[in-house]
Design a protein. Structure first.
Length: 632
């Protein structure tokens, strides 16, 4: 490592994050001003028209209003808990943004379920104006809060002196060896050797440890076991991840193990099981909640019916507020006292509910997808850090090219892997893919160290089937070369290749015909169609809707981008690569970590559609193509 001090590195990080902040804010401003409403709706960033539902105060005493999306068109939206939103009206295609008497225009999503969304509003809003506004819509707003929280975290890490945070900072940025406890390793009969080793390393780590989990190697299983064992030694741990979905996933697995989880923030998949361990639901079901609700209602009534010259008004309000606070503190003390795991997103760990709380251990899942600044938010609250993820899969998304070149995409996990290889435990047995699907990824990304569990080694759908094939659209169509070329459809949607999309579905149909309808339905053989470009994803979704052949199978087919498939698996995966041009330009297909995710989602069959002439000019795709040819 160079002579740059940790503090200089972090100051550099802060500057890069400021670049990213400015780029994202400007991009957002331009999109808000110039992108038409139809486009926003298509991209999943706006709902219009809306139906306004009831308004009420939730258990956190926030004024909330329900809104319903009236036009779905099969568009997956990007709204989720905690994201900032803004209302607009649309008149003859012209958008305007009414304030409804509120100074700052953005509100926060409290809950989303399908086509229904609950928005938390400030008390000062003129709610009748909102309800009576015609042609109302809602769109995502720029997320200022997350950035502020990250800047604040970096500032605290930079200025940390003579404390645990300063110690961890200096350790992560140096080659000094992390410390360990020593005791005899434990055995776990239901884990494989490398998983067992990882759990033992977690238990003996005093400062930091990394569980490196390549695709299908049971990272979540290992992490849940490590958390469970840590709870035998500690009263409570903090579990975080970059996205709401990742937090839900690990929380659900912990609940299955009988662990008392308290989820701060609302889940992204709304079902009763998930909701039952959210803070809000637990707070509402506490026996003292009805009395708290009655006091809050009384406060609102006193405010609404305030008489001029009422000298006792302030006394009444203060007395009621004091009683409400007392009950709230009591309920919180009980909820947090009972919980063994506090689960939230990295940014969510700055929630006021966790203010002043300290934990022995922090577990960060999907750590390779998180910006370093985001990881420091919860690290401020803990003594030791366990990171889990795979830096050979999806990196964090960076919008600013300058910040990317400066290294903002380098995660804390990668930094620790570089400086402390001894603190890394690689999981080496995978339980997902047929060996021939797995082999290329294992050789290219993991030095051939990942092996196949015997029970999945030869898994397949058809006898004598080839688990992995590469089809070149040009060879499968009688159309001229020009017809198979990609088209550019704008910065956010990237590119589309309509001929390749049609051939993708022909290839899938022909494979389905070989398997037979009855067997697909009886065995629930599921399919993922992946494309790196959003325009291609939406186009393929439309084609499937129109195509009569796929009607019985629609519930078994998911079409999404690579990011949308992170952490998932399917029996059959079909990848439409899109890129096809004379210059051999492949754009962000050069990000090989994304491709690693795409080619490792399939259990039994992987079908790649791509123009070999364009793609194989890049050494990675050439090697992949050659590998597939040799096994065929």
């Amino acid at each position: 490592m160079s002579n740059t001090s940790p503090i200089q590195y972090l100051i550099q990080q802060r500057l890069l994050l400021e670049l990213e902040y400015a780029t994202e804010k400007e991009t957002f401003r331009l999109q808000t001003e110039s992108v038409g409403l139809e486009r926003k709706i298509k991209r999943g960033d706006a709902w219009w028209p809306l139906r306004i539902g009831r308004n009420y105060y939730n258990s956190l005493n926030q004024l909330c209003i329900e809104v319903y999306r009236l036009k779905d068109d099969d568009v997956e939206h990007n709204f989720e808990y905690g994201k900032p939103v803004i209302f607009f009206t649309c008149n003859n295609g012209q958008l305007s943004y009414p304030s409804f008497g509120v100074r700052s225009g953005s509100y926060s999503v409290s809950y989303v379920d399908g086509d229904r969304m609950v928005i938390a509003l400030p008390d000062s809003i003129r709610i009748t104006d909102l309800q009576n506004t015609a042609d109302l819509g809602i769109q995502l707003f720029f997320d200022e809060t997350s950035y502020k929280t990250m800047f604040d975290a970096l500032d605290r890490v930079i200025h940390a002196k003579n404390n645990r945070l300063g110690y961890l900072r200096d350790l992560f940025y140096s080659r000094r060896s992390p410390e360990h406890f020593t005791f005899r390793p434990m055995t776990f009969p239901y884990l494989n050797k490398t998983q067992e080793e990882a759990v033992n390393k977690v238990l003996t780590a005093k400062d930091v440890m990394i569980v490196h989990g390549p695709p299908g190697t049971g990272k979540t299983t290992t992490l849940v076991e490590a958390i469970y064992e840590t709870l035998m030694r500690e009263n409570q741990v903090l579990v975080c991840a970059q996205s709401n979905m990742a937090v839900d996933w690990i929380s659900e697995k912990l609940v299955d193990r009988g662990v008392n989880v308290l989820r701060i923030g609302n889940p992204s998949r709304v079902n009763d099981k998930m909701l039952s361990f959210t803070y809000e639901r637990r707070f509402e079901s506490h026996p003292d909640y009805p009395s708290l609700w009655a006091i809050r209602k009384a406060i609102r009534e006193v405010r609404d019916h305030r008489k001029r010259g009422d000298e006792k008004y302030h006394q009444k309000i203060e007395r009621l507020k004091a009683r409400a606070t007392e009950i709230e503190i009591r309920i919180n003390a009980e909820l947090f006292g009972e919980a063994r795991v506090i689960a939230c997103t990295l940014v969510g760990s700055a929630n006021r509910l966790l203010q002043g709380m300290k934990f022995g251990t922090l577990f960060i899942d999907e750590a390779a997808q998180a910006l370093e600044a985001a990881c420091w938010i919860p690290i401020r609250k803990v003594t030791r850090v366990i990171l889990a993820g795979d830096h050979c899969q999806l990196p964090p998304t960076i919008m600013s090219l300058a910040a990317l070149k400066g290294g903002l995409d380098k995660t804390l996990m990668e930094r620790i892997v570089e400086n402390h290889p001894d603190a890394v435990s690689l999981l080496k047995v995978q339980y997902r893919m047929n060996e021939e699907i797995m082999r290329f990824s294992s050789d290219y990304f993991y030095h051939g160290q990942v092996e196949c569990a015997p029970e999945v080694k030869y898994r397949g759908i058809l006898d004598l089937d080839t688990p992995i094939v590469w089809l070149n659209p040009e060879e499968l169509t009688d159309q001229p070369t020009a017809a198979v070329r990609e088209e550019f459809v704008g910065a956010t949607f990237g590119r589309i290749n309509k001929t390749e999309a049609r051939i993708t579905l022909i290839a899938l149909q022909s494979y389905f015909e070989k398997i037979g309808k009855q067997r697909i339905l009886d065995e629930h053989i599921d399919v993922g169609i992946i494309s790196p470009y959003r325009a291609q994803v939406q186009y393929i979704r439309q084609l499937i809707k129109k195509k009569e052949f796929f009607k019985p199978y629609r519930h078994l087919i998911t079409v999404n981008t690579v990011d949308g498939f992170q952490g998932q698996e399917r029996d059959i995966i079909v990848i439409s690569m899109v890129r096809s041009n004379e210059e051999g330009q492949i754009g962000f297909l050069r990000d090989l970590r994304r491709m690693n995710v795409a080619i490792t989602r399939a259990r039994m069959k992987l079908i790649i559609l791509g123009d070999t002439q364009t793609l194989t000019r890049h050494p990675f795709y050439k090697r992949l193509c050659d590998y597939i040819r040799t096994i065929n």
